[in-house]
Structure formats: C-alpha cells, structure tokens
Design a protein around this ligand. Structure first.
Ligand code: NAD
Length: 289
C-alpha cells in the first residue's frame, strides 16, 4: 500500500518505521529536515511538501502535535484535502480537540475523502514496539478499511463511535494517565519522607491492585529522577485542556481531573514543559520542600 505519513516526531517516526518494515511504501513529510533524514535512513521515501506526500497515496496518516497543526495540514491551499485523490483514507492519529476532528472529517467527506480520528496510547515504547492502543472515531466501513494498516502500529484497535469519539476516549485516557502519575509521585514522596526505600516499595505496588503500565514501565526512571521525554508536559497540558473542555461541553464535573490539570499547569509554570510528564514528581516534591 502507498502510505503518506505527515509528522515524524517521537511517535510518528517509529510508527512510520513499523509501516516500512511491514513492506508498505511510506512517503514521509515533516517540517524538520532531521526527522526526514531519519526516515530515509530506515528505507522510507521523503517528500518536500504535503502535496508530494499525498500524491499517489492510498492512505495518509498524520501524527502532529495539536489541533492548529492538523487544521493547517488539512486545510491549507496546498494541503492534504486540496491534493487528496477521491477515495483516499485519511487517518489522523494526533491527539486533538474532538470538534476539530469532526470539522476535518466533514470537510474531507465533501471531497470524497474518508477520515478517521485515531489517537493512540502506549507512549514511545508502544510506538516502537507496534503495540499501541488505538481508539478510532468515524464510519464503521472506514474503520474496517483502516484496520489492516493500523495493525502494523497497534495491537488494541477499537472502533469507539462516530467522528470525534476517538478523541473523546483519548481525553478520558489522558485524565486517567495524569491522575496515576500524580499518585505515583505522591507515593514516592511519602515513602522517601518515611525513610522507606521506594524501589522495593513500588515493586510491590506494581504487582498488586495498584499495578499499572505506568508503575511497570516508569517507576525506576521516576525514582532516579530521569525525565527525558517520552511524552512532554506541554503535550499533556494540551490534553488536560481538551479533557476539561469536553467535560464542560458534556455538562459534567470532574474534580480530580481539575486537580491533575492544575498540577500539570504548575509543572509547566515551573519551567518543566519540555520534560516527560512523569516530572509531575517535581511539583509534588516542591509542594513538600
Ligand atoms: P513531537 O513534537 O515529537 O512530533 C510532532 C512532529 O510533527 C514533529 O516532528 C514536528 O516537526 C512535526 N510537525 C509539526 N507541525 C508540522 C507541520 N505543519 N507539517 C509537518 N510536520 C509538522 O510530538 P509527539 O510526542 O510525537 O506527539 C505527537 C502527537 O501524538 C501529539 O498529539 C501527542 O499528544 C500524541 N501522543 C504522544 C505520545 C507520546 O508518548 N509522545 C503518546 C500518545 C499520543
């Protein structure tokens, strides 16, 4: 299959690499020349414009930071929708606002382009291993058409509803992830302040009811205060904005989500926006220092 891939960052780069490994022809585009060179080095083709990426593609995947970049790539005069051939399958795997996904999907449908919102969970590790969880919003027949391509980047691939539903599920995912990081940080602070080694302490937690992928994968780096991203605080801050806006639109109160959003905002205000979101630990430590 000919796949155009736009946005070759922490997540997009290993996802594109897995598609190359699965013998698809991948034409990648990114505003960063360094990112393009990395794709070329593993056997992908590179394009110098969105038009070139989309021309001849059966499927286009985007993995961009936020809603404005997705709108720019989709709607620009020389952008994706302007150059898409009829029948193109367009899978946006970025985490963005549900209303932006709906707007893009409706504009796409008017040009006979089949759009899906398909945000992912599993982090850089999941992207490298091809084991992402993918939550897909859009038409059922487009989901079925996308399933084979997505199976090369993820293992849990679920159709969760109409356009935008994938993004709403991702917002729910992000509030759970933020909450767990906050509580693991509090557990580390409690254990250390009590003179208990957090290493074996968190090993036990990881094997019990409190166990989670976060405890499994990140407890050692958190205890060592290694906060290389991974997933940047800045991006999680964006996601908490999406979650709180979704809650307002749905007319529900999510008090813990509000608290987690404020802790992530504090991490950013303290200059940690470029660190991994596990750096929430720095905020909890500062509250206690
Ligand atoms: P990133 O910043 O590493 O990658 C984004 C890439 O998009 C960059 O390489 C950037 O140069 C490129 N880009 C930006 N604007 C562009 C444009 N107009 N045209 C072409 N390329 C452009 O970010 P990331 O960590 O890979 O995250 C991407 C998305 O995935 C975000 O929405 C994020 O919330 C989501 N996400 C990230 C993770 C994670 O662990 N990093 C996990 C799940 C979901």
């Amino acid at each position: 299959m000919n796949i155009g891939f736009i946005g070759l960052g922490i997540m997009g780069s290993p996802m594109a690499a897995n598609l190359v490994r699965a013998d698809h022809t991948v034409v990648g585009y990114d505003v960063s020349a360094e990112r393009l060179a990395a794709l070329a080095a593993i056997g992908g083709k590179t394009a110098s414009s969105i038009a070139e990426t989309v021309a001849g593609a059966d499927v286009v995947i985007t993995m961009l930071p936020d809603s404005p970049q997705v709108e720019e790539v989709a709607f620009a005069g020389d952008g994706l929708l302007a150059h898409a051939k009829p029948g193109l399958l367009y899978i946006d795997t970025s985490t963005i606002r549900p209303e932006t996904s709906r707007k893009v999907a409706q504009a796409a449908a008017a040009r006979d382009v089949h759009a899906l919102d398909a945000p992912v969970s599993g982090g850089e590790r999941g992207a490298v291993d091809g084991t992402l969880s993918i939550m897909v919003g859009g038409r059922a027949e487009d989901f079925e058409a996308a399933r084979q391509v997505l199976s090369h980047v993820g293992t849990t691939i679920v159709h969760v509803g109409p356009y935008g539903a994938g993004q709403t599920v991702k917002a729910a995912n992000q509030l759970v992830v933020g909450g767990i990081y906050g509580l693991v940080a509090e557990a580390i602070v409690l254990l250390e302040a009590s003179g208990v080694d957090p290493g074996p302490g968190l090993d036990v937690l990881a094997g019990g009811l409190a166990g989670s992928r976060i405890l499994e994968l990140k407890r050692h780096s958190m205890i060592k205060r290694e906060f290389t991203p991974g997933f940047r605080i800045d991006l999680h801050h964006k996601d908490m904005g999406i979650a709180t806006a979704a809650a307002r639109e749905a007319g529900v109160s999510l008090p813990l989500t509000g608290m987690v959003a404020q802790l992530i905002a504090a991490a950013r205000a303290q200059g940690h926006g470029g660190l991994d979101h596990s750096a929430l630990l720095k905020v909890i430590e500062r509250i206690n220092s």
